[in-house]
Design a protein. Structure first.
Length: 238
């Protein structure tokens, strides 16, 4: 796949490659959505190459999870093409479910559902925790950051200030902003006051959009690593 942007006029191969890069999971098996005509029940089950085979498939007596004749179908480009078109080769509805957890218990993406009025703050908090855990996996940053750390700096009527991620030794504060921070004048001004106070107390402040943690994680991590590399003279924290 090239760096060229994929759009609605792009060839199917480019769209399929983009989909597979964003929703990368197991390739040896996938789930297919079903809907019972009798009960209306909707769900997903692993796609099986022997399903409804008169000799090998006896669903009336043997449930799929314990069937010895299961033959999982791989997730191919053709399967993704059918998923994106919404129809299989016979014209029936076709929706695929990806198994994101790989056999070595790692994964490439997470899907999180946030709702209700506070969904923006909950999403931002999840991004903070995710970034912290990711930093803990890197040799250069393991043990160097604290999550939701408090500093004895009076701010907005409170005796202390909280920052999203703090490296006390390097005196680096990482803040993640929701999209509303850019459109809300009050939030924007508050962030600028906070940055000024941190800088006056000897901290370097770096800000990212919360959505960048999921969409541009490598760039976020690279920026943090470069900032830490430039802070070669650790100073005592407050």
């Amino acid at each position: 796949m090239t760096d060229e942007a994929v759009h609605r006029h792009s060839p199917p191969e480019a769209k399929i490659a983009l989909f597979r890069s964003l929703f990368r999971g197991r390739d040896d098996v996938y789930a297919r959505r079903f809907e019972s005509k009798k009960t209306g029940k909707v769900g997903y089950q692993p796609a099986c190459g022997n399903e409804w085979d008169r000799v090998l498939c006896d669903k009336k007596r043997v449930k799929c999870p314990v069937c010895q004749n299961r033959r999982f179908l791989p997730l191919t480009d053709e399967v993704i093409r059918r998923h994106l078109s919404g129809r299989d080769e016979t014209g029936k509805d076709f929706v695929v479910g990806v198994y994101p957890m790989l056999q070595d218990e790692t994964c490439f993406f997470l899907a999180v559902d946030f709702d209700k009025e506070c969904w923006r703050e909950r999403a931002r908090s999840a991004s903070e925790a995710f970034l912290y855990r990711r930093l803990e996996t890197l040799p250069e940053t393991v043990g160097k950051f604290r999550l939701n750390a408090e500093l004895p700096i009076p701010f907005d009527g409170w005796g202390r200030m909280e920052v999203d991620l703090l490296s006390a030794d390097a005196r680096v504060a990482v803040e993640l902003d929701g999209a509303q921070h850019l459109s809300d004048p009050l939030a924007y001004r508050r962030d600028r006051r906070k940055d000024l106070l941190l800088q006056q107390n000897g901290y370097v402040v770096v800000r990212f959009l919360a959505e960048d943690v999921s969409k541009q994680l490598d760039e976020v991590l690279d920026s943090i690593l470069r900032i830490l590399a430039n802070r070669n003279s650790p100073r005592p924290a407050h």
